[in-house]
Design a protein around this ligand. Structure first.
Ligand SMILES: Nc1ncnc2c1ncn2[C@@H]1O[C@H](COP(=O)(O)OP(=O)(O)OP(=O)(O)O)[C@@H](O)[C@H]1O
Ligand SMILES: [Mg+2]
Length: 314
C-alpha cells in the first residue's frame, strides 16, 4: 500500500505539488491524470524516492520514503517519462545490465530474464539493437527493465504517450496483465489513453488533487447535462417552444430551420430522461421525428472542466 500525506514539492518559486493526500491499495491499477505541468512526474519521482519532498510524507508498505529509500526502491519498478534506454545495446544485453544493477545473479538471473522476456512479449527481439525497435517494443523493453526484480509495485510515467493506437492497445494489455499481480500507477495527460486500463482515477491539477474515484464515482458526482438533438418535420417554432414549456426539465439550447425541418437541441439533467415524453408529445402534435440523438456527459467533460485553465504552466 502507498500512502501520500500532505505532500508538497517546490522547485524554487514553482509550487509543483501543493499538499496532496491519497492512497493506493495493493492490487489496484491507478490512473494519475493531469495536464502538462500538473505535477504528475514530480509526485511519481517522490514516491519512487528519486526526489525528496519539500514537506509531507510518503509511506510505501508502512516504510517512510525518507528513511527507507533503498528498501523502497527494491519494492518498486519505475519507468520514467520518455523511457530512457541505451540505444546502442542489444535487447538481451540491456536486460542483463538491468538485472546486474539489481544484483540478480545465478539461477535467479536466468529466471528473471526468462520471466520478463515472456511477460513483455520480447521473445522475437532479444537480439535486436534497441535503436531498431518500434516505439511499442521500446516501451515493452522499458517495462521489462522496470520489472526485472519482480517488484510488487509498478510505476509508469506516461507509458503510452506517443504510441500509435495499435501500440496503445498492446501496451494497455501488457499493463493490465501485470496489474493482476502488482499495484500499478500509470500517469497520463490523455484520459482516453488510460480510462480502459485503470480501476481508479486521480486527477491532479496545478499541484492539487481535484478528483479521486472510479469513473462511475466521478460521473455520479458530476452535475453534468445530457444533450439531445432532434430533427423534426411538420413542427412549428411555437409548438417546439411549447414542448420546453410542458417539460420544465428541458432547456432548449438551439432551434433552427434545416432543409424545411427544424433542428432542435436541448439539454436536461443527467438523472432525468424525458425522451419518451418527447416522443409522445411529438406524436400528439403530428410531428415526424427524423432524428433523436443523445450526447451523454462523458468523463472527458469532467476532466476538461476540472483542468480548464490548462495546468500550472498556463
Ligand atoms: N527540475 C525542475 N525545476 C524547476 N521546475 C520544475 C522541475 N521539474 C518540474 N518543474 C515544474 O513543476 C511543475 C510540475 O512538473 P511535472 O513535471 O511534475 O508535471 P507533469 O504533470 O509531469 O507534466 P507533463 O505532463 O508535462 O510531464 C511544472 O510547472 C514544471 O515546469
Ligand atoms: Mg510528466
Amino acid at each position: 500500500m502507498i500512502r501520500v500525506e500532505n505532500l508538497v514539492k517546490n522547485y524554487g518559486d514553482v509550487k509543483a505539488v501543493r499538499g496532496i493526500d491519497f492512497e493506493v491499495n495493493d492490487g489496484e491499477i491507478l490512473g494519475f491524470l493531469g495536464e502538462n505541468g500538473a505535477g504528475k512526474s514530480t509526485t511519481l519521482k517522490i514516491i519512487t524516492s528519486f526526489l525528496s519532498p519539500t514537506s509531507g510524507n510518503v509511506y510505501v508498505n508502512d516504510l517512510n520514503i525518507q528513511d527507507h529509500s533503498l528498501e523502497i526502491r527494491k519494492q518498486i519498478g519505475y519507468l520514467p517519462e520518455l523511457n530512457p534506454l541505451y540505444m546502442d545495446m542489444r535487447v538481451f544485453d540491456l536486460l542483463e545490465f538491468s538485472a546486474r544493477v539489481r544484483n540478480i545473479e545465478g539461477k535467479a538471473f536466468k529466471q528473471s530474464m526468462a520471466r520478463v522476456i515472456e511477460q513483455c512479449g520480447l521473445n522475437g527481439v532479444v537480439h535486436k539493437r534497441v535503436s531498431d525497435l518500434s516505439k511499442g517494443y521500446k516501451q515493452r523493453l522499458g517495462i521489462a527493465t522496470a520489472i526485472i526484480h519482480d517488484p510488487k509495485i509498478l510505476i509508469l510515467d506516461e507509458p503510452v504517450t506517443g504510441l500509435d493506437p495499435n501500440q496503445i492497445v498492446e501496451i494497455r494489455e501488457l499493463i493490465k496483465s501485470l496489474g493482476q499481480e502488482k499495484m500499478v500507477i500509470i500517469s497520463s495527460h490523455i484520459l482516453h489513453e488510460i480510462e480502459a486500463t485503470v480501476d481508479r482515477i486521480i486527477i491532479i491539477h496545478a499541484g492539487e488533487i481535484v478528483a479521486n474515484g472510479t469513473s462511475e464515482e466521478l460521473m455520479s458526482g458530476f452535475h453534468g447535462k445530457t444533450q439531445l438533438t432532434l430533427e423534426v418535420k411538420n413542427a412549428s417554432s411555437d409548438s417546439i417552444q411549447k414542448l420546453a414549456d410542458t417539460f420544465p426539465e428541458i432547456i432548449l439550447t438551439k432551434m433552427e430551420p434545416v432543409n424545411g425541418n427544424h433542428l432542435v437541441m436541448m439539454e436536461y439533467d443527467k438523472n432525468s430522461d424525458p425522451r419518451e415524453s418527447i416522443f409522445n408529445f411529438a406524436t400528439d402534435k403530428g410531428w415526424i421525428l427524423l432524428e433523436m440523438s443523445l450526447q451523454k456527459a462523458q468523463l472527458e467533460d469532467i476532466f476538461r472542466k476540472l483542468t480548464i485553465d490548462g495546468g500550472a504552466d498556463a
